[in-house]
Design a protein around this ligand. Sequence first.
Ligand SMILES: [Zn+2]
Length: 60
Amino acid sequence: MKSDIRVCSAWESTHERPVYTLSETCPECGADAENSAPAPFDPTDRYGEYRRAIKRRNRE
Ligand SMILES: [Zn+2]
């Protein structure tokens, strides 16, 4: 199920921490709120793509 929780799109420059909301705009600054789903690329998972490539290769 898709999450309806959104996060202020301008929180990094406007707030000290992410502002979450269920509405389409930030309740604190009025900026657009965007879906808070995690980004497809995780910068802390440096070898994720490498691991996935190996997994793909082993399946074939
Ligand atoms: Zn905001």
